[in-house]
Design a protein around this ligand. Structure first.
Ligand SMILES: [Zn+2]
Length: 413
């Protein structure tokens, strides 16, 4: 926003503020009632709140344009004979991929495959011990080292930790473990926290090949290459061809992280066909540790609402822009923080101060600001702002009115 516009706004706001001064103090204590509602809103808006989406299990956190670059990933191995054939295919094309393994498949026969994966420059990653559903608890304790405990709630947490750690330790003997993928993409908060503790990064995928369905061993109608599930494919052509189905997904995203399972014979025979097709169509291959392509997955925290910025470019990831304002009334310096337009609520992100939707233009439009919070040292970490009580901007949404202390440009006082 230009300085001139700001000066006009200041005049307007002084008038608005003066007229609002007669109101009674608002009830702050009830603000927490809105937390649950806000939390569900945040989940619905997860695609916007990039800071959170890596934690949803099935979702890959980055949504940059992928520039026709594809990262192939293979889950559920190692398989004694099929994984080596996938490795042969990758080697023939000079492609590096990622193998998310299940610890219970690692034995004297398959351990050399893990070594080969690493030696040939691929990434060896964690897909739990025996592929449980972390959300439902199914298979969480089945015949493995994670099954015994006394107290039920503790037991589930311990099982989650054991599912992650058992495979973590297997990988750690061979290479530094970095990545984790939840079976079925089904995560839990407690498991996410444990991944954080171990320094593991969770990722889903951008494109699901549906190979398990196209393979006759799983989910199909008995005909290899057919996937009758309408949930997997949207048209008849693609129900008859995993390659066509996967190409359609890759074309839609113009690349990204693609999910396969190296335990299916069908996958082993079709991946080479897909690779040829991708090359013909001008795609190139990368891996999930490509920091430029997948920055969030690789630990680069994107700017979020309330983060300091000097230009809109910085605030790319929030879908927002940089709010620029005078750093103080008696200086020509400018300051800025990332924001975005809102009505009612704003998305939150892990590790950042909570957000709040308020208006800077006397109630015409709303935009997101940080709440005054320990995380931002009660606004002191956002230059040129100070903690002020502001009303929620409701717009056409219908949350209840609320007033909280948020970080807004100091001169709006
Ligand atoms: Zn799996």
């Amino acid at each position: 926003m230009s300085k001139k516009v700001w000066m006009i706004l200041v005049v307007l706001l002084v008038a608005v503020a003066a007229s609002a001064c007669g109101e009674d103090a608002h009830d702050h204590d009830h603000e927490n009632e809105g937390d649950l509602y806000e939390a569900s809103f945040v989940e619905a808006q997860a695609a916007k709140a990039d800071g959170n989406i890596g934690r949803l299990g099935s979702v890959a956190p980055d949504r940059k344009p992928f520039g026709k670059q594809v990262a192939l990933t293979f889950d559920d191995g190692p398989h004694t004979t099929r994984t080596p054939r996938v490795l042969d295919t990758l080697k023939a094309h000079g492609i590096k991929a990622t193998f998310f393994i299940n610890g219970n498949r690692v034995n004297d026969d398959t351990r050399p495959i893990l070594k080969r994966i690493i030696e040939e420059g691929h990434i060896l990653a964690n897909h739990s011990y025996n592929h449980p559903n972390f959300r439902s608890g199914e298979n969480m304790s089945e015949r493995n080292a994670c099954s015994r405990s006394d107290e039920r709630r503790t037991e589930r947490l311990r099982q989650e930790e054991c599912q992650i750690e058992t495979t973590h330790n297997i990988i750690a003997e061979l290479t530094e473990p970095v990545y984790f993928r939840f079976p079925y993409g089904n995560n839990t908060d407690s498991a996410n926290n444990h991944l954080d503790k171990l320094g593991l990064r969770s990722t889903g995928w951008h494109v699901d090949s549906g190979d398990w369905c196209f393979s006759n061993s799983n989910g199909g109608n008995g005909n290899v290459g057919d996937c009758p599930r309408s949930s997997i494919t949207s048209n008849t052509e693609h129900q008859k061809s995993m390659v066509a189905h996967t190409m359609a997904g890759i074309d839609k995203h113009q690349g990204g992280i693609v999910l396969f399972h190296d335990i299916h014979e069908y996958t082993v025979t079709q991946v080479p066909v897909l690779i040829e097709k991708l090359i013909e169509s001008g795609y190139t291959f990368t891996n999930i540790d490509n920091v430029e392509l997948f920055p969030i997955l690789n630990g680069i925290t994107p700017a979020f609402i309330g983060d300091v910025c000097a230009d809109d470019e910085t605030c790319n990831y929030t879908g927002g822009f940089c709010e620029i304002y005078p750093a103080s009334l008696d200086s020509m310096d400018l300051a800025g923080f990332c924001t975005e337009k809102c009505e009612g609520f704003c998305p939150d992100a892990g590790g950042k101060a909570g957000t709040f939707c308020t208006s800077f233009d006397g109630g015409l439009t709303g935009q997101c600001v940080s709440r005054s919070d320990e995380v931002n040292n009660f606004c002191q970490n956002i230059p040129g702002t100070k903690a002020q009580e502001r009303d929620r901007f409701i717009g056409t949404d219908n949350p209840r009115p609320s007033t909280v202390e948020v970080c807004v440009p100091a001169f709006l006082d």
